[in-house]
Design a protein around this ligand. Structure first.
Ligand code: PMP
Length: 397
């Protein structure tokens, strides 16, 4: 008798999480994880805020709440989304335990085993994990430096149709993509939406980094261009605090109803305390100023990484040049396998995320993702220098 459900076969350890314990040793410069730079937060005033929250509103904060999330936070979320041109009603927002829960719920309500999800190649590890857990098949769509390539999207749709399978949705991270660091060109956005609408394919827009453009630029959300066919995922993880695990999903009415049912069965309700904490923070703190502080810190770190890459990397390596977000995507010369090289890099006290984890089909062995969000600029330079040495040795072998 088989003990575990078949779907557990698709649940594999993320290469990045498996690396966490080694990569977090102090002597290792970790360019592997995507941990936000929380030291930029005003911890003293947040601590006072938590105390006040319990004192003034403790019996609500510590109680169960509605599965959809507390109404005042959903209103504030609508104001945030308005910055990206989205006009939404709080009734269509569901608060989630981070975007990760939204990814899980969206996959749960749409995908039967064998259904196809289209996703950029490479794509976000956590999303690929959710798709695998529900036995959906991922078909990757090519990107270039301007994001998803519309003609490649058309081809992917045609080839899936020819194979007799069903595409349930396109999963896309249009802004400062994880892991590639590229942004979907504004001119392509309407075209991508049009292709999906023509084929009856829903778009799932995952946008945790949209407000972290280094020049303060904010791109129009796909949801702002098509309210009927886009499910939008947002998160406070990168703009405020990842450990609070507060995110949200904005969905067309009918989809939202299914999501609330899925949320009820998963968690009963998102944590009231954390939602109230976020809501009070938005009401009492200069949250836009905080996002600016984050942006400036990440910009400095991005600059440190790009200049170190220029200075140290061996000939034949190429990389993307993000103008927001957390990540640079590096391609190394033929003959180097970034997954095989990783243990040697860790011995040389530098860690990165090998490209293979970002593809469902294990492509990516000549790529790696470098994150500049967490280490200081000095550590980033040192990490890139060490990485370049490892690569140099590798190329000489
Ligand atoms: N989507 C993407 C593209 C991400 O990079 C991340 C976090 N690394 C998430 C979703 C998950 O965010 P959350 O902390 O809100 O679950």
């Amino acid at each position: 008798m088989r003990r575990y459900a078949q779907r557990t076969a698709g649940m594999t350890a993320s290469e990045i999480r498996a690396l966490f314990s080694v990569a977090s040793r102090p002597e290792v410069v970790s360019l592997a994880g995507g941990m936000p730079y929380l030291a930029a937060l005003p911890l003293d005033s947040l601590s006072a805020e938590v105390g006040q929250l319990i004192a003034e509103d403790g019996l609500v904060a510590l109680q169960y709440g509605s599965a959809q999330g507390i109404p005042e936070l959903r209103e504030q979320i609508c104001e945030i989304m308005a910055l990206e041109g989205i006009s939404a009603h709080p009734d269509d927002v569901v608060v989630t335990v981070g975007s990760q829960m939204a990814l899980d719920m969206v996959t749960r309500i749409f995908c039967d085993p064998g259904d196809v999800v289209l996703a950029e190649g490479p794509s976000y590890v956590g999303a690929l994990g959710s798709f695998a857990a529900y036995q959906a098949q991922v078909v990757h769509v090519t990107m270039d430096e301007h994001g998803l390539v519309p003609s490649a999207l058309r081809e992917a749709l045609a080839s899936v149709a020819a194979s007799g399978r069903r595409v349930k949705f396109l999963y896309t991270i249009p802004n400062f993509q994880n892991p590639a660091g590229v942004t979907l060109a504004v001119e392509r956005r309407a075209e991508v939406l049009e292709i999906c609408a023509q084929h009856g394919v829903l778009v799932v827009e995952d946008n945790p980094y949209g407000l972290l453009g280094f020049d303060g630029q904010i791109y129009p959300a796909l949801r702002s261009l098509d309210a009927d066919n886009v499910v939008y995922l947002g998160s406070f993880s990168k703009t405020f605090a990842s450990g609070l695990r507060v995110g949200w999903v904005l969905a067309p009415h009918a989809v939202r109803e299914k999501l609330v049912l899925a949320a009820e069965s998963a968690t009963l309700c998102p944590p009231t305390m954390n939602q109230l904490m976020v809501s009070r923070y938005l009401a009492t703190h200069d949250w836009k100023g905080q996002i600016k502080t984050y942006r400036e810190a990440y910009r400095e770190r991005r600059d440190a990484m790009l200049s170190a890459l220029d200075q140290y990397m061996p000939a034949g390596c190429t990389w993307t040049k993000p103008d927001g977000g957390f990540y640079v995507w590096v391609t190394v010369p033929e003959g180097v396998n970034t997954k095989a090289m990783l243990p040697r890099a860790v011995t040389q006290r530098v860690a990165y995320a090998s490209g293979t984890g970002f593809y469902a089909d294990r492509l990516g062995s000549r790529q790696m993702r470098l994150s500049y969000c967490y280490p200081t600029p000095e550590r980033i330079r040192e990490g890139v220098r060490r990485l370049a040495n490892v690569l140099g040795d590798e190329l000489e072998l």
